[in-house]
Design a protein around this ligand. Sequence first.
Ligand SMILES: [Zn+2]
Length: 370
Amino acid sequence: MAIDAQELIQGNYFDGHSSKAYPAFIHFDEDGIHILPKILGDFRRISLAPNEVRIDSKIGTAPRVLRFGEGASFTCPQHLLIDKLAKIQNNKAGFLHYMESRLHIALLALVLSVAAIYGITVYGVPFTAKTLAFHLPEATFLEDESVLSVLDKTLFDPSELPDDKQTEVRQLLAPYLDAYQHLQPNIHFRKMGQPNALALMSGDIIFTDEFIQLTKNDDELLAVFFHEVGHLKHKHFLRRLIQDTLISMLVVFILGDIEMPDLIAGAPTLLLDLSYSRDFEKEADQFALEQMAYFDVPINAFTQILTQLTSASTQTCSHPEHHQADKEANDGSYLRSHPSTPERVAAIERFIKNNQRLAKKENPEGLTAK
Ligand SMILES: [Zn+2]
């Protein structure tokens, strides 16, 4: 780049480490401000953006000081040229001022910000959580055995189901447990006071006594079992953990305040969490339907057990089935976190309709049962 000697401002450069003054020039163009100190006989070049240089105000005839970097400065008595440089800087600031003072631009910026936040939370967060969940090493999410022990201390009592009933259920599920070996499912029975079933990250699937008692036949039990395996298959527990963490980080980032745990744990994340869990439920339902079709389990058994769970919940004013592992469990979260029963039943009917058109197809999981 050729520099016209007229454009050079002559002065002294101080590196901020010693009091030694180096003869130097400053030159500015559309790329920014360039400082050219002569150090040990050679001209160096320090290029800076206009906003990286602070120009001190003019005080009488004292040399002007330009400050930049970590304590470095440039001094020069040529006020006219420095004023010209200051003007270039102000023009940049003036543009920002212009933007800020126009209401329609401010509103547009607000709308764009809201759209960006919406896009990140609704699409970005679930996508990132899914990608992370499927790329984390297995060991990361096998270490939550403690979740079951926490639930044992808080939500569950030991099962009172007769041994022969437990054995019967285990025998029913054994061939499928084999088929899903790679997901490491492990069946547990617990008493909870309400019909419920849930799947933990470790592969533990818990059926409550009340749920087992509610089922009228093996097919209904299998329907819910497949649904829980669907949660394991899609790593929903881990994805929800990651999503909650990402959302909390986002809230902290937006509000810029890490001292707001109540707000973070509160409304904004709850609403998002709600739609995420509904998506997970739909995904698990879809998996269950595919598996039922593959293993020739009558699909209407799914509708039946859903209906029974719903009526059990209205009768007891508690909440059937499931994922109520967290503390917010007993305040209507079944209704909050699950798609409504008619919605789920409609999805089942759609599946049956589509499935009739397909000949018995390959299992989407590539699984085989004995
Ligand atoms: Zn579920």
